[in-house]
Design a protein around this ligand. Structure first.
Ligand SMILES: NC(=O)c1ccc[n+]([C@@H]2O[C@H](COP(=O)([O-])OP(=O)(O)OC[C@H]3O[C@@H](n4cnc5c(N)ncnc54)[C@H](OP(=O)(O)O)[C@@H]3O)[C@@H](O)[C@H]2O)c1
Length: 341
């Protein structure tokens, strides 16, 4: 029997992707949808690029209240709530024994809440050992791409990282940035984003020591921009390593990057972790965002010069960086026995 799940923020940018990705999921079944108000039918305009299930025409959306979520019978909750709202609701659900997978920033930097990227740090799940329910965070969407791009370089020692990002409009939720502000324009500011990228990356790439995470000791600095692109964040990344690497060894590191066996067999794990482009005009959001059903991270212009490495990376912000990453986290938690069957 499939495990009943609920989606919070089900009408939003990320919530709609949750609905699509969980439709026909082999292990999970959508039991209830929650948003800011109650709707007799799913009134939201569908904006996701994935198909909209027909049953949504008659689906009820319920006002987000903890007792109603518990009553729905969901044993897993996927949260796509605004950060300021998510904190208390997610904690309350966890304390009632629910497994919560959150996209919100509220708990990401809590000492006992891991930010999981299954390909990189599944051992961090142990921060939640012994709790009644579990609370697992997703990283910020840009961070999800960055840490994937850095992971193959970890054995060489990462001294510092500098990146500039070109972030899609869907990353700001709906309705997001007013059209008059963004059309024909680039906005060099996204509130709190640069700090989130820097701290979350160091936490994800950190080591688990005596029950807590020792963040990666690297100097990470980000400079972010909002651009008039619908989906897909681009990142221009420069890394300074402890050791030198040749161009051919660098290519091999990405092509032969190994992920844990349990992760490779999850339904949401893409066949290819990375798509490495040789042509300098790729990746592009419009062409490459759906690589690996939105879960593969695309990399172009991968270059090595002494101890310096640079790349141009594309991450699907709403799938790999949000809903898809959360669903993959829940699959891994289930495989690791962290969710009661
Ligand atoms: N978009 C991305 O690429 C992305 C990536 C990673 C993480 N995140 C995070 O994921 C979360 C959701 O982002 P989003 O882009 O999907 O935002 P969004 O499009 O603005 O959607 C917000 C959702 O939350 C609901 N909501 C708003 N106020 C509420 C309230 N007072 N009570 C209950 N529900 C409420 C909305 O319901 P109504 O429609 O009924 O108002 C809507 O379903 C945020 O924490 C965001 O930081 C987003």
């Amino acid at each position: 029997m499939k495990i009943p799940v609920a989606i919070l923020g089900a009408t939003g940018s990320v919530g709609q992707y949750f609905i699509s990705l969980l439709e026909n999921h082999p292990w999970f079944e959508i039991k209830a949808l929650f948003a800011s108000k109650s709707y007799d039918t799913y009134a939201a305009t569908w904006r996701a690029t994935l198909p909209r299930p027909n049953w949504l025409n008659d689906a009820t959306v319920t006002n987000t209240q903890v007792d109603k979520i518990i009553k729905s019978g969901a044993r897993i909750v996927f949260s796509a709530l605004p950060g300021e709202l998510a904190g208390s609701i997610e904690s309350a659900l966890q304390s009632k024994g629910i497994a919560v997978f959150s996209n919100a920033s509220a708990h990401r930097m809590d000492g006992d809440v891991p930010i999981i990227i299954p390909e990189i740090n599944s051992d961090h799940f142990s921060l939640q050992t012994g709790k009644k329910g579990i609370l697992i965070a997703n990283s910020n969407c840009t961070t999800a791409g960055l840490v994937m791009g850095l992971a193959p370089l970890m054995p060489l020692g990462i001294k510092s990282v500098r990146l500039a990002t070109y972030q899609a409009l869907s990353g700001a939720g709906y309705p997001g940035v007013p059209s008059m502000d963004i059309l024909g324009n680039v906005i060099p500011h996204i509130g709190g984003e640069e700090e989130k990228i820097e701290t979350e990356s160091r936490k994800i790439l950190g080591n688990l020591e005596n029950g807590s995470i020792n963040p990666l000791n690297a100097d990470i600095q980000a400079s972010v921009f909002r651009v008039a692109v619908a989906n897909g964040h681009m990142e221009s990344i420069f890394v300074e390593l402890d050791t030198t690497i040749s161009a051919s060894d660098l290519q091999s590191l990405y092509k032969n990057f190994e992920i844990p066996e349990v992760v490779s067999s999850l339904p949401s794990t893409p066949f290819a972790t990375f798509k490495i482009f040789d042509h300098p005009s790729r990746p592009q959001p419009i062409k490459d965002c759906m690589e690996g059903k939105g879960m593969t991270v695309s990399i172009g212009s991968l270059k090595a010069r002494g101890t310096s490495v640079s790349m141009k990376l594309l991450v699907n912000n709403v799938i790999r960086g949000a809903a898809g990453g959360s669903v993959q986290n829940a699959e891994l938690a289930l495989q690791k026995g962290l969710i009661k069957q």
